[in-house]
Ligand binder design. Sequence first.
Ligand SMILES: [Zn+2]
Length: 68
Amino acid sequence: MHPSPYPTQPQPAPTQPPQEPALHLLGGIWIASCPTCGFQLATARTQPRVERRAARRICPVCCQAARP
Ligand SMILES: [Zn+2]
């Protein structure tokens, strides 16, 4: 085990950058869903509210998938 002459670049953090949830307006209700898997994160009657709710939530599907 000897050091390589060209050190590899440090790999980025395993956690993915937070992606903005996908917003849908259905029947007057805003739905925020995971942009990756489509899991419904939050619902609200206004877009700002659903954005805030979704921002606090972590997709359980993708969270589990990221774990080994
Ligand atoms: Zn997800």
